[in-house]
Write a new protein. Structure first.
Length: 534
């Protein structure tokens, strides 16, 4: 049974292929799993008492890779012994009593590891079968084909169909919409067990040393514009409630500066506790999940019970570590996590001037209307009180009574900033303002910048927005497509009675050649044909 357990039955290439599937619930490639396991103290794998939980099993890859490490630590050189026994069998040589004893001892270790050390909660019935197949070599661990025999068909990888708890049309645990997720038995509810209880510790009624996995990231709420509520924060919080020694998860990096109230609360709590020992940051999620786009990238982290200190923060690009710094997750006076280690010293230098923030002249969402857009648009002005409106990839005249807010801004000179920009990759995303003079308004596609006293001041501000300096500091808080007021906090406000360019800005703030070079390399040149808003 044990012969070929990890070398022949398990196929990393298959799991790597599965990891390429694009989905909010992405599968984790084995090489990423092993990098996450490398963060843990390796003596954990030497102990036959260490317990592991994956609360969001999809392929079983986390438990499988943990099992390999446990077996390698607890039965050193087992692979070499199996190879010799294989050779004897192939050559028709009778196994010795020591060989038989080794096989017996190996099976005892396998049984102990799978029965006493590894546990999982599958996110769907299908992934429970897939996970058991990946871990036990059989989707039914009570069958003769399982590498270790259980008394039931679930083994230690459980799946229990959970129903949402509806309150005013929403699930009180995950905000799922009753119209979408009140389903028959033939469909998954997507009510994940770990986060649909106030007492997650009662699921297994046991103590775990390590909680590790790749949780579902979000769930559609049934709102407009494909709104979705985050789920990954709830998995992390529930994992910590289990009071393990370590929590290790890979999640979207949007939590660094995400605007959802639940994400802000999550960020405030997890940064205040100072228990994250290590973070590996990937602005391009494709570096972890080939072929999968996750806006703002991903990160994996190590949370340690009892730790209270700075975080070792790794910046990754491809297979390279660009920088590694041990630092506080939050800078003084900052409520978001700056992901770029090299940028922090440059930010401090600029902040020494104690200037106002550019965000002070950036408005809120929906400056002129609470509707998704204006009801009427015409190419030609037909009525004396019509106002020229800028709408996503469109423009035209609307009646003044269509404007339900911000009437005082209609007559003023302003710039329009797109509220959503690009792919959340700071190197390529460009904010392209639209000049809007008197008697103008805009839909919710834009937010207001200004107002300005003269068209010349607005032009100077527009030129400032076009600098690499501006976009570099914008990138420090922009970790998603959303480009709202708070994203502009780190950008210093300038005197727009004069014009600005990068050379003038570098000189003003006394930036060194190496700092200038870093900014220049961090922001790619503008591309012709880029859209103003998306």
């Amino acid at each position: 049974m044990a012969n070929g357990l990890f070398d022949n039955v398990y196929n990393p290439d298959v799991l790597s292929c599965l990891a390429n599937l694009s989905n909010d619930e992405v599968f984790t490639p084995p090489d990423v799993v092993n990098k996450m396991l490398d963060m843990l103290p390796q003596e954990l794998f030497e102990s036959a008492e260490t317990t592991f939980l994956d609360p969001s099993c999809k392929t079983g890859v986390f438990l499988r890779e943990i099992a390999k490490r446990l077996l390698e630590k607890q039965v050193p050189n087992y692979k070499e012994m199996l190879t010799r026994i294989d050779e004897k069998k192939k050559n028709g040589i009778q196994l010795s009593p020591n060989d038989d004893l080794f096989m017996q001892v190996l099976q005892e270790h396998i049984d102990h590891i799978f029965h006493k050390q590894l546990f999982g909660i599958a996110i769907t019935e299908l992934t429970s079968l897939l996970s058991r197949r990946g871990v036990y070599c059989s989707k039914y661990p009570n069958s003769e084909f399982s590498v270790t025999k259980f008394d039931d068909a679930q083994g230690n990888i459980r799946f229990k169909r959970i129903n949402h708890t509806w309150v005013n049309g929403k699930c009180k645990y995950c905000s799922a919409n009753v119209n979408q997720y009140e389903r028959g038995d033939e469909l998954e509810t997507h009510a994940y067990e770990l986060i649909h209880t106030t007492k997650p510790e009662e699921i297994f009624n046991m103590k775990f040393d390590v909680v590790i996995g790749n949780p579902p990231y979000q769930l559609s709420t049934g709102g407009g514009q494909a709104q979705a509520t985050p789920l990954y924060d709830k998995f992390v919080e529930s994992a910590i409630k289990l009071k393990p020694r370590y929590v290790c998860m890979i999640i979207p990096a949007r939590w660094y500066a995400g605007g959802f109230p639940c994400i802000k609360q999550f960020r405030d709590t997890i940064t205040a506790n100072k228990q994250i020992r290590e973070i590996h940051d990937f602005p391009n999620a494709g570096d972890c999940f080939s072929g999968v786009e996750i806006k703002g990238g991903v990160c994996y982290f190590l949370w340690e019970k009892g730790y209270n200190g700075d975080t070792t923060f790794y910046n990754h690009s491809g297979d390279k570590v660009l920088s590694c710094e041990t630092r506080p997750l939050l800078e003084n006076g900052c409520d978001t996590v700056i992901r770029d280690n090299e940028a922090i010293d440059i930010l401090h230098k600029v902040q020494k001037k104690k200037e106002s923030s550019f965000s002070e002249i950036v408005g809120t969402l929906w400056p002129f209307t609470t509707k998704s857009s204006f009801d009427t648009l015409s190419e030609e002005k037909k009525r004396p009180d019509d106002v020229f409106a800028f709408v996503m990839k469109n423009k035209g005249w609307v009646r003044k009574n269509e404007i339900t807010r911000g009437q005082e801004l209609v007559s003023q000179i302003k710039l329009l900033l797109p509220r959503s920009v690009g792919s959340a990759d700071a190197k390529v995303d460009r904010v392209k303002p639209v000049f809007a003079g008197e008697n103008t308004c805009c839909s919710g596609t834009y937010i207001i910048c200004g107002p300005f006293k003269t068209s010349e001041e607005a032009e100077h501000a527009q030129n400032y927005i076009g600098t690499k300096f501006f976009h570099f500091f914008l990138s420090l808080k922009k970790v998603s497509q959303d480009t709202v007021r708070g994203c502009y906090d780190f950008i210093p406000l300038q005197d727009f009675s004069e014009d600005w360019n990068d050379a003038k800005l570098y000189k003003k703030y006394g930036l060194l050649p190496e700092e200038i070079e870093y900014i220049e390399q961090s922001v790619w040149p503008d591309k012709e044909g880029d859209s103003d808003a998306e």
